[in-house]
Design a protein around this ligand. Sequence first.
Ligand code: MTE
Ligand code: MO
Length: 417
Amino acid sequence: MRDHCRLPGSPGSWRSPLRGVRFTSVLGLVLLGGVTVLFVTGLVSYAAYNPDLSPVNDKTPDKGILGFYLFAWPTGPVWLYRLTQGAHVTLGVALVPVLLAKLWSVVPKLFALPPARSLAHALERLSLLLLVGGGLFEFTTGVLNVQLEYVFPGSFYPLHFYGAWVFAAAFAAHAVLKTPAALRAVRRRRDAGGPDGRDGGDLVPPRPGAPTVSRRGALWLVGGGSLLLGATTAGQSLGGPLRRTALLAPHGGAGPSGGPNGFQINKTAAYAGITPADTHGDAWRLVLTGPAGTVRLGRADLLRLPLHSSSLPIACVEGWSTDDQWWQGVRLRDLAALAGYRGDPPDVFVESLQRHGAFRRAALRANQVADPRSLLALRVNGEDLSPDHGHPARIIVPAAPGVLNTKWVARLTFGDL
Ligand SMILES: Nc1nc2c(c(=O)[nH]1)N[C@H]1C(S)=C(S)[C@@H](COP(=O)(O)O)O[C@H]1N2
Ligand SMILES: [Mo]
């Protein structure tokens, strides 16, 4: 009898007195709010790439109707992507303990036998498989990507994007079914005002073991873990003195070195295969193409054009962002004019000197080219760009994800895409 009770399919093998409908409900309601924000900020992040502008920006070309919501990403406020993606990554990391505790609280149900009592029950369990599998998949791929330890076969973007839709569909169905009861369970306890431990429902173990921590204590533990993870992540996007608190973030901590170019670097020039032979004085020419034909400009030519300044951050999809940096360079719309666009500028296709790698090309939308703060930057914080930040010239566009701020620019092709 005892041995039989130890099989995970038997309710008697699950002993923790913490399990119960209220414990699960509190965690479920936190996830309801949190996952909704993750889903919305995630969709927004994808829109920020302007995937409907050019196949080069589109990381999920087969998305079809799933791209129904895409819109033209605005150029302000300048901290827009910093905010939405910082929130996405910080919240995602902070919710890990809540997700794990929630799964732990219902794990006996995953093993319950018989596997299905009816067709409806079978369908319900199948949807739970998508819910649990989808949730674990999204959190795992997301955390691996922000930790720069992405080891999944296949590219992060399509996997995380399609996974999000599967997870969201299962999540929405589950929320519709369970939220009313979860709200009731949470309210009931508040009205009763009784001590921890009174609970009902099929989550309560039939033969509970001795408690080691109260339910309330366990919730505090989960909440404390979440706060700790959030607090050691958020600094990478909040910046300023808080950057030093970003202990869990690979791009947290102080900048790579002091000085004007001493802020976060994603891929170094060495990593991208950019050598001084590619970029030194006479070797490098910027090639502009438009109705005026092809225009070639060296760095000295560019420095003789009207130079403008903008204070803009770099905000990466991985959640980290820089404080505003003071960029100096030529306005993209002035370069469009040189290429032959006198009135409203068109879209532009940007190509880097870099020969390999996913981020060596990007398309910018006409609203981004037209914004007077959008620059082909030559200098930052009063100094020439360093090789790692894109010397001889890089794109910087307000409110856009870092991936659109192409470094080591070689060619700008203006025209509607
Ligand atoms: N050519 C090129 N440009 C690039 C990249 C790259 O890999 N190659 N990475 C992009 C990404 S993802 C980000 S977040 C920013 C980072 O800029 P930084 O290294 O100057 O901080 O550069 C962007 N520009
Ligand atoms: Mo990035």
